[in-house]
Ligand binder design. Sequence first.
Ligand code: CA
Length: 152
Amino acid sequence: MAASPSSTRSARGSARARPSVAVEDYLEKIEQLIQAKGYARVVDIAAGLKISQASVTAMVQRLDAEGFIKYEKYRGMVLTSSGLEVARRITHRHQLLTDFLHVIGVGDEQVVYDDVEGMEHHISPETFKAIEALTRYLEKNPALVTRLRASS
Ligand code: CA
């Protein structure tokens, strides 16, 4: 899953360009590690994303060049404000989509996790807002959820 030079260039083309799936996943993981441990190391990112350390190092340098993180080889990394914005958006999407699958009755946690990992990157803001509203509505109306589940 090495980033190709062309995708690097297109992502850099505009500050408003949508980050790639890989960029979103890296920033999400870096933010999780910093929240949990206070720092994020290449070795921990590699383990968390099941990617080689060499690939992680290359990506971390790219994230630094694109302004999502500040990386110093022996001192680790911090998220910039734009990196934090992407990480928080993905974390919020991950949580909401997890809540959504739970409330509609998907019980297998591995299925939930795997589906959310895909969905979180590919849903438009409009669809996400609709799913968010539906999820919160169902959570507030457990009788509806019971009827939904009984009908399936
Ligand atoms: Ca993810």
